[in-house]
Each structure stands twice: as structure tokens, then as C-alpha cells.
Design a binder for this molecule. Structure first.
Ligand code: SF4
Length: 350
């Protein structure tokens, strides 16, 4: 499957030394840390702090009130996905060319920023003292806020430093930096890696994510092979947009088999944020449509459709061969809130 890929994906593009239009981000609740990182308190962190629903990633053991949503590459991405809720500012088309901060500088900065951003919750009567204290000692880092985190050249150091501090890491990547994933595979695997697939074929991939680099498809194909060898929890996420990439489950299955992930998430596009300028509400698939698509894909893959979250409109497929299969069953049964669709068969041991 390996095909020729360009060595330097940002070759020929003008670079910038800082994040421009900062005021736009600060107004949207971002806190910029250093010259290329950012934090934003997640909706579900606030919900969990007030004793409300946790995010669906509680399936994977995330306590939402103790989670920091961050990025080490704010506004630095090599794609312009039509469904992206984030700003697509000129920052995006000019790669960051300044001095990269060190992993410990970034971690110190984001933890400090998260504590400052949460300080107001201390006086909220809906927030228990215990939850507030826990929230000020975050346990999880979701490297997913904005931009493509694998463009940060010291991502392996960031993940290792987080682990050294007893924190779990969730890395969400668009798969266009296989060279960065290779480095992670050599001793810096996150707790969970999400690889987002944007199309079942090259044409749909390009139509859906409008890449800023010429070989994004070939790079994603390489990344699927690399994560197959990782031992961390591996998730392939399909962000499904009606009339764009919600078709050909058999072709998606062929790609997914390359990575042999533990889970597949069929997640519906949501008509929010900046994506409203690019797509219509009708491009949002319903939960029924996602369920039907997920069932077809599960049958083709031989996976189990184990649960779903109606609020986040996501259907979860699990690989019965995965070492994480039993953990998922137990957690979904205890977490509640999300329906366990099928009694899970015990995978044949040995
Ligand atoms: S895992 Fe993601 S959705 Fe859940 S609390 Fe963290 S940032 Fe929010």
C-alpha cells in the first residue's frame, strides 16, 4: 500500500511566527498558551462539573470534569475540512515557522490556563467541592482542540511528559503526518489514538477535506498501516456528512481493516460553528441514518455495534478480537446513559 509521499508537506508555503487574529480566539473562549498552543474548556467539562452528563468518551474511561481540551498547533492544519466547526483563518494556510515551545512548558501552561478558566466554578452552587477540587487536578489531555497536533515536532515528548505526570492522552489526528506517528510508535504512544477518515476513496477524501498538501490521501494510507502496530487503544472515527462522504461502507471497511482498530465511531456531522458557512443543516445525518450505516459497516467488518450516544449522535462499533473488548462492555454497562445495543459475546480466549 505504501506510495510515494512528499518529504516536507509545507514546502513552498509562507510561514508565520505567531497566531494572528488572536482576539477572535480569545472571544471564543480559547486561551492561547505560548506562541502556538491553546486551551478551551469543553462543554462536557462544564456539564460534568455541574453534576450533569459526561461526554461519550466516558466509554473509554474519561472523567470529563478532569479533562483538558488543548492543541499544541493552534490554527496550524494542512486541511480545510468542510465540516470543521473551527475558524479557518489565514493562519491555516501559513504554517507555523516560529520557535516551538518544549513539552513541559506547554503542559505547565495549559494546566495553569485550565485552572484559571475553571476558577469561576468554585462559587457555583451546582458544583460540589469535591468535583471542583478534582477538576483543578486534571487527569486527561484531549489533544484535539484545533489544528493538526502531529505537526508539533515534539508531540512524542508531550505525550511522554503527560504520562510521567500520571495523565492520560487522547490524540486526534487526520493521519497526514505518518512520520510523526512513526515517532510515537517508538515509545511515545498516547493512551488512545483517534485517526479520522474523511472519505472511502481519494476523490471523496479530497472533496470533503480540501487538503493544503498534494499527497494527503497517500499519507493517510501510510498512517493506517502505522497505527496497526500500536498497542494503545486505536479508534477510527468517521465524521459522516450527508451528500458528501456518507456512502460506500464496503470501501470504508477496506481502509479500516488496514489499521485493524479496536473501535470504529460513526459520528454524525453537526451543523455548528464555522461549518454553518460551508454546509447546510440537511447535511446532518440523523441518529437512525447513522445507526443504519453503522450496522452495515459492522456486518461487513465482523464488528459489534455495542452502543450509541444520542446527544453526540455517535454509534460505536467494537472489534471482538480487540484486547479492549471486555473493558468496553463492562464500562458501557456501568456508565449507563448510553444504551448497550447488543449483549456482548465473550471473545474466545486462547
Ligand atoms: S474527551 Fe473531548 S469531549 Fe470529552 S471532556 Fe475531553 S475534550 Fe471534552
Amino acid at each position: 500500500m505504501s506510495q510515494t509521499i512528499q518529504s516536507n508537506p509545507v514546502a513552498g508555503r509562507r510561514v508565520r511566527e505567531e497566531v494572528r487574529n488572536l482576539e477572535k480566539f480569545v472571544a471564543a473562549g480559547y486561551r492561547i498558551v505560548g506562541s502556538h498552543s491553546a486551551v478551551k474548556v469543553c462543554h462536557w467539562t462544564k456539564s460534568a462539573l455541574r453534576g450533569g452528563k459526561m461526554c461519550y468518551k466516558s466509554w473509554y474511561g474519561i472523567d470529563s470534569h478532569r479533562c483538558i481540551q488543548m492543541t499544541p498547533s493552534v490554527q496550524y492544519c494542512n486541511m480545510m475540512c468542510v465540516f470543521c466547526w473551527r475558524f479557518h483563518t489565514p493562519n491555516r494556510v501559513e504554517p507555523f515557522g516560529g520557535v516551538w515551545e518544549s513539552p513541559s512548558e506547554i503542559l505547565d501552561g495549559i494546566i495553569k490556563a485550565q485552572r484559571e478558566l475553571l476558577s469561576g466554578f468554585g462559587g457555583n452552587p451546582k458544583v460540589s467541592r469535591e468535583r471542583f477540587k478534582e477538576a483543578l487536578n486534571p487527569r486527561h489531555i484531549a489533544i484535539s482542540l484545533d489544528g493538526e497536533p502531529t505537526l508539533y515536532p515534539h508531540l512524542d515528548g508531550l505525550i511522554k511528559e503527560a504520562a510521567r505526570r500520571g495523565m492520560t492522552t487522547f490524540l486526534v489526528t487526520n493521519g497526514t503526518m505518518p512520520e510523526s506517528l512513526r515517532k510515537l510508535r517508538e515509545g511515545a504512544e498516547p493512551t488512545t489514538i483517534y485517526l479520522s477518515l474523511y472519505g472511502p476513496d481519494r476523490e471523496t477524501h479530497i472533496r470533503t477535506n480540501k487538503p493544503l498538501i498534494p499527497d494527503s490521501w497517500e499519507r493517510v494510507m501510510q498512517s493506517l498501516e502505522i497505527i496497526r502496530e500500536m498497542r494503545c487503544r486505536k479508534i477510527i472515527r468517521l465524521t459522516l456528512v450527508k451528500d458528501y462522504n456518507m456512502h460506500s461502507p464496503e470501501k470504508y471497511a477496506d481502509l479500516i481493516r488496514i489499521a485493524s482498530p479496536d473501535y470504529v465511531e460513526c459520528k454524525g456531522y453537526t451543523h455548528v460553528g464555522e461549518s454553518q458557512k460551508r454546509l447546510k443543516r440537511e447535511n446532518m445525518p440523523s441518529l437512525e441514518e447513522l445507526r443504519e450505516f453503522g450496522e452495515r459497516l459492522a456486518r461487513i467488518l465482523g464488528y459489534e455495534k455495542v452502543t450509541e450516544d444520542a446527544v453526540s449522535r455517535v454509534v460505536l462499533l467494537a472489534n471482538p478480537e480487540s484486547p479492549y473488548f471486555r473493558e468496553m462492555r463492562d464500562r458501557v454497562l456501568t456508565v449507563g446513559g448510553t444504551e448497550l445495543l447488543h449483549p456482548i459475546q465473550q471473545p474466545a480466549v486462547g
